[in-house]
Ligand binder design. Structure first.
Ligand SMILES: Nc1nc2c(ncn2[C@@H]2O[C@H](COP(=O)(O)OP(=O)(O)OP(=O)(O)O)[C@@H](O)[C@H]2O)c(=O)[nH]1
Ligand SMILES: [Mg+2]
Length: 405
């Protein structure tokens, strides 16, 4: 990848979904102006998701994703449908392509429900307009959900003749931009002039000469809120709190020194951790808290997957492969079976696990993290992360959630 290219993680991912032969590949080709995907009148032409990174006006850098039909049949077909549904977990804006003549089907309804459940901005494309009479147009419109508006919720398109394609691109640009966030890490909890104490242990795990990214981002967020950050090591906490002269709005700590910091922070002060702030920032807090609570339900013989984003950070490795399994065994008192993955490897099939514990994901981009969480959720497997499960086992998760209640 060249220096000037946008990494895949920062590109808007646009997915085309729908039944076989609806014209997904045709519509995508028309939108991009390129013959990216094979088109034919044989049902099930697209058998694997197709990804293509490109510049698309008026959207900018995108990844276009074509998928197999959601109504494919047989054992192999079933696997393809599953793949298409997994692509949803990477999608920022979804195009549901429907054969205009056939109207909306049960499979389309189910897919649309899933898209809504995942809060993915979407548009229905009624394709093959060239084949329809006015009467058939009315018939198809009556198969759409109540209150659907042309231009906003659905569009008529003919991939064959190229009509409606410009409107579709414009609508996609709107959908993709509303997704972008005005989210805050902590700034929404602060007023101008508030003090925030950040506890940053400087141990072997700390990188040389700098702070790690989540710490930098938090300090920046506090500056943006016009508040004051006081950054200290854990052994200075007590004296700092005593000499501050003003009650801090919040104490934020690294999870590794949670136990000590919780003891040194008077009960009337709010305390939380970087991992909790970031889980909230990424919209995962509820999921990972729920995940930690399933520790109570684990039984002898249950399998736990410990998964890290980084492959090279040895310190992280020690926590994942040595400390965490020992702590979890001790906390639950159960005879558990642990599996480990690292880096980009992450199993497709998660069903055998009773719990997944993922590292904070410092080396993984947010999109990949979100994808993994969504896959676990789809398969009904609870997932949590290192910081949250450590706080839980130390008995201070509830206290650390107070700032957000
Ligand atoms: N008349 C007409 N035919 C179209 C239109 N769009 C697609 N087709 C035809 O419909 C057939 C299926 O198109 P594809 O783009 O391969 O459909 P798909 O949804 O990708 O199908 P699978 O990959 O099999 O799931 C092809 O024969 C296309 O030429 C259209 O707007 N009008
Ligand atoms: Mg296709």
């Amino acid at each position: 990848m060249g220096m000037n290219q946008t990494p895949a993680s920062e590109r808007v991912h646009i997915g085309f979904f729908g039944k076989r032969n609806a014209g997904k590949s045709s519509v995508m080709n028309k939108v991009t102006g390129q013959e990216l995907a094979v088109v034919s009148d044989v049902k099930g032409t697209t058998t694997d998701p197709v990804y293509k990174a490109m510049e698309l006006l008026p959207l900018g850098p995108v990844v276009m994703m074509d998928t197999p039909g959601i109504d494919d049949e047989g054992a192999l077909g079933g696997l393809r449908v599953k793949k298409s549904y997994q692509v949803l977990n990477k999608t920022d804006a979804a195009v549901l392509v429907i054969d205009g003549k056939a109207g909306m089907s049960r499979e389309d309804q189910a897919l649309l429900e899933r898209i809504h459940k995942k809060n993915i901005p979407s548009i229905l494309v009624l394709n093959k307009r060239d084949l329809l009479t006015e009467e058939e147009v009315c018939q198809t419109l009556s198969s759409l959900p109540e209150g659907y508006q042309e231009g906003k919720d659905y569009l008529w398109v003919s991939a064959q003749e190229g009509t409606g394609v410009r409107e579709l691109k414009e609508r996609l640009a709107v959908l993709a931009s509303t997704e972008e966030n005005q989210k805050k890490i902590v700034g929404d909890l602060l007023s101008p002039g508030d003090f925030v104490v950040l506890v940053v242990p400087i141990d072997k795990a700390a990188p040389k000469g700098r702070l790690i990214l989540p710490q930098q981002q938090t300090i920046r967020d506090i500056l943006d809120a016009d508040a004051v950050s006081v950054v200290i090591k854990e052994d200075r906490l007590k004296e700092t709190l005593e000499s501050l002269g003003k009650k801090p709005r919040l104490v934020i700590t690294d999870s590794q020194v949670f136990g000590r910091v919780s003891k040194d922070t008077p009960k009337e002060l709010l305390l939380t951790s970087f991992s909790i702030l970031f889980a909230r920032y990424k919209g995962n807090l509820e999921t990972v808290v729920e995940g930690a609570r399933t520790l109570e339900k684990l039984k002898d013989g249950d399998k736990v997957l410990i998964s890290e984003g980084c492959t090279h950070h040895r310190q992280c490795g020690d926590i994942g492969t040595v400390k965490l399994p020992a702590w979890i065994r001790k906390y639950t008192g159960k005879n558990l079976e642990f599996s480990f993955t690292s880096g980009t490897e992450f199993p497709d099939e998660l069903g055998e696990y009773s719990l997944i514990v993922h590292c904070g994901g410092c080396m993984l981009n947010e999109r990949e993290m979100k994808y993994r969480l969504s896959c676990a959720e789809d398969q009904g497997v609870p997932m949590t992360n290192y910081g949250i499960i450590i706080a839980y086992m130390n008995g201070i998760l509830e206290r650390s959630l107070e700032p957000f209640s």
